[in-house]
Design a protein around this ligand. Structure first.
Ligand code: PHE
Length: 347
């Protein structure tokens, strides 16, 4: 009886050895463990015979049973380790640790932001202080105080985006002239960069664009100061030989008023490049970058400044226009399309 018991146990070990390799998943392996080592498994079955043995056979049979249990456990555990290693490798299949990682795409400043920063840098260098105001503005700051009475054509629904009867999206940065003078005593020297809105949309106009306003008020400020300031400004912003030209114009809040032109940055004012007509200035030699003038006495009266004692100048620059000239961008729409291939060039 002992002999067949011992042979039976050896048989269990051999069978387990043969079948462990067929367990291809941890689930298969667990089933195998239950089959051999479970409470109702093959080893437990063999132990029934052990209980019936006489005292002379029991020690040897018990010893063998323990050995087999240890052997079976070791066989199954080593198979488990193999399966785990295989599945870890499966997860890494196709992964090449020597490949370089994916770099995060670096962001860059928008060309309009860059132009704003450069303009502000030059003007603060000349002594102007940066101020800011709301894009949703009241009628008085945007129009009335700027010498635009209710029936003025510039207030026409055509151009202005109304929020309500007396609230507009500011159509220019000039309300910052009003806000500054209402809250400070002269002298003032401020610039106001920001977004402005107009009901206008075609290839050269967008409903939102950017301006930078400048205002200087003091005693004895003259048009020569305006021209000198603008000349120093454009020479620093573009190149030392850039020229300024004033073209007579009209703004309700300045008198006299002028359109502000600079000599063309592409052809240098020649009107042609290598014999061909300049595409930037359309052979005129000049390009417009904004409007300017001497602060109208009516504006001073509205904000409580005395036009008999102070004078001042103001100018407003189109930032997209400046950015196009500075960076050689031919189409206004580029600024608003968010094409990364375009934006990336400014990093
Ligand atoms: N606010 C004017 C515009 O938007 C520009 C301007 C500013 C003109 C300051 C004169 C003085 O067209």
């Amino acid at each position: 009886m002992l002999k067949s018991f011992l042979e039976g146990l050896d048989g269990l070990t051999l069978e387990c050895e043969a079948r462990r390799g067929q367990a291809c998943s941890l689930k298969d392996l667990e089933a195998l463990r239950v089959e051999f080592l479970g409470r109702k498994g093959k080893l437990a079955g063999a132990m029934v015979a052990l209980a019936q043995m006489g005292p002379e056979d029991k020690p040897a049979a018990g010893k063998k049973a323990n050995e087999v249990k240890t052997a079976l456990t070791a066989l199954l555990e080593s198979r488990q380790a193999e399966l785990e290693a295989e599945s870890a490798q499966g997860a890494l299949a196709g992964f090449d640790p020597s490949l370089p990682g994916r770099r995060p795409a670096p962001g860059s400043l928008h060309p309009v932001t860059l132009a704003m920063q450069e303009i502000c840098e030059v003007l603060t260098g000349l002594g102007f202080e940066v101020v800011a105001g709301p894009e949703v503005e009241n009628d008085w700051n945007n129009f009335e105080a700027l010498n635009m009475p209710p029936d003025h054509p510039a207030r026409d629904m055509q151009d202005t985006l109304y929020v309500s009867e007396n609230i507009v999206l500011r159509t220019h940065t000039s309300p910052l002239q009003v806000r500054t003078m209402m809250s400070r005593k002269p002298p003032v020297a401020v610039i106001a960069p920001g977004k402005v809105y107009r009901r206008d949309s075609d290839i050269t106009h967008t409903p939102m664009f950017h301006q930078i306003e400048a205002l200087l008020v003091d005693t004895n400020v003259s048009m020569a100061d305006l021209r000198g300031t603008l000349t120093a400004f454009v020479r620093q912003l573009f190149s030392p030989d850039t020229k300024v030209r004033f073209r007579p114009s009209f703004f309700p809040f300045t008198e006299p008023s002028a359109e502000l032109d600079i000599s063309c940055v592409l052809c240098g004012g020649e009107g042609h490049v290598a014999g061909a007509p300049c595409r930037v200035c359309k052979r005129t030699g000049w390009v417009e970058i904004g409007g300017c003038g001497m602060v109208d006495p009516n504006v001073f009266r509205q904000v409580g400044y005395d036009p008999e004692t102070v004078t001042g100048f103001a100018f407003g620059l189109g930032v997209e226009r400046v950015a196009m000239l500075k960076y050689g961008i031919g189409d206004l729409r580029m600024f608003f399309e968010n094409d990364v291939r375009f934006l990336e060039q400014f990093s």
